[in-house]
Design a protein around this ligand. Structure first.
Ligand SMILES: [Zn+2]
Length: 88
Protein backbone atom coordinates (compact mmCIF):
# COMPACT_ATOMS: atom_id res chain seq x y z
CA UNK A 1 0.00 0.00 0.00
CA UNK A 2 2.47 2.56 1.21
CA UNK A 3 4.97 1.29 -1.38
CA UNK A 4 2.55 2.10 -4.16
CA UNK A 5 1.84 5.52 -2.71
CA UNK A 6 5.55 6.30 -2.41
CA UNK A 7 6.19 5.24 -5.98
CA UNK A 8 3.36 7.43 -7.18
CA UNK A 9 4.63 10.40 -5.18
CA UNK A 10 8.10 9.87 -6.61
CA UNK A 11 6.68 9.70 -10.13
CA UNK A 12 4.74 12.93 -9.60
CA UNK A 13 7.83 14.61 -8.14
CA UNK A 14 10.04 13.42 -11.02
CA UNK A 15 7.51 14.63 -13.51
CA UNK A 16 7.26 18.00 -11.82
CA UNK A 17 10.99 18.52 -11.42
CA UNK A 18 11.53 17.21 -14.94
CA UNK A 19 9.45 20.04 -16.40
CA UNK A 20 10.89 22.95 -14.45
CA UNK A 21 14.31 24.43 -13.83
CA UNK A 22 15.56 27.42 -11.89
CA UNK A 23 15.70 30.74 -13.74
CA UNK A 24 19.39 31.60 -14.24
CA UNK A 25 18.85 35.09 -12.82
CA UNK A 26 16.41 34.84 -9.90
CA UNK A 27 16.33 31.05 -9.39
CA UNK A 28 12.53 30.90 -9.65
CA UNK A 29 11.40 27.47 -10.80
CA UNK A 30 10.30 27.98 -14.40
CA UNK A 31 9.06 25.50 -17.00
CA UNK A 32 11.48 24.32 -19.66
CA UNK A 33 9.56 25.84 -22.53
CA UNK A 34 9.73 29.33 -21.05
CA UNK A 35 13.42 28.97 -20.22
CA UNK A 36 14.09 27.73 -23.73
CA UNK A 37 12.24 30.64 -25.31
CA UNK A 38 13.62 33.34 -23.04
CA UNK A 39 17.28 32.36 -22.88
CA UNK A 40 17.17 30.59 -19.52
CA UNK A 41 15.17 33.30 -17.77
CA UNK A 42 11.65 33.51 -16.33
CA UNK A 43 9.18 36.06 -17.71
CA UNK A 44 9.86 38.88 -15.17
CA UNK A 45 13.64 38.55 -15.60
CA UNK A 46 13.33 38.54 -19.38
CA UNK A 47 11.21 41.67 -19.31
CA UNK A 48 13.74 43.36 -17.05
CA UNK A 49 16.52 42.20 -19.39
CA UNK A 50 14.75 43.68 -22.41
CA UNK A 51 13.93 46.97 -20.71
CA UNK A 52 16.22 47.55 -17.72
CA UNK A 53 15.57 51.30 -17.42
CA UNK A 54 12.11 52.87 -17.25
CA UNK A 55 11.45 55.03 -20.29
CA UNK A 56 11.99 58.73 -19.61
CA UNK A 57 10.28 59.99 -22.73
CA UNK A 58 11.67 61.13 -26.07
CA UNK A 59 14.99 63.02 -26.12
CA UNK A 60 14.93 66.83 -26.12
CA UNK A 61 14.80 68.65 -29.44
CA UNK A 62 17.44 71.24 -30.39
CA UNK A 63 14.90 74.05 -29.78
CA UNK A 64 14.14 72.75 -26.27
CA UNK A 65 17.85 72.63 -25.48
CA UNK A 66 18.33 76.20 -26.77
CA UNK A 67 15.42 77.39 -24.63
CA UNK A 68 16.91 75.83 -21.49
CA UNK A 69 20.33 77.29 -22.28
CA UNK A 70 18.78 80.75 -22.75
CA UNK A 71 16.93 80.42 -19.42
CA UNK A 72 20.13 79.41 -17.61
CA UNK A 73 22.04 82.30 -19.23
CA UNK A 74 19.35 84.78 -18.17
CA UNK A 75 19.89 83.70 -14.55
CA UNK A 76 23.62 84.28 -14.75
CA UNK A 77 23.96 88.04 -14.66
CA UNK A 78 27.56 89.22 -14.42
CA UNK A 79 28.09 91.17 -11.22
CA UNK A 80 24.76 90.08 -9.72
CA UNK A 81 26.42 88.06 -6.99
CA UNK A 82 28.84 90.88 -6.21
CA UNK A 83 25.86 93.31 -5.94
CA UNK A 84 24.08 90.94 -3.55
CA UNK A 85 27.15 90.67 -1.36
CA UNK A 86 27.59 94.44 -1.34
CA UNK A 87 23.92 94.91 -0.35
CA UNK A 88 24.47 93.08 2.92
ZN1 LIG B 1 13.90 34.99 -13.08
Amino acid sequence: MSGYSKARDQRVADEHIGNVMACRTCRTMTDHETLQNLGGMCHPCFQHYCNPEPLTGPPMTADEKREILARVRSLIVPGALADKMRAK
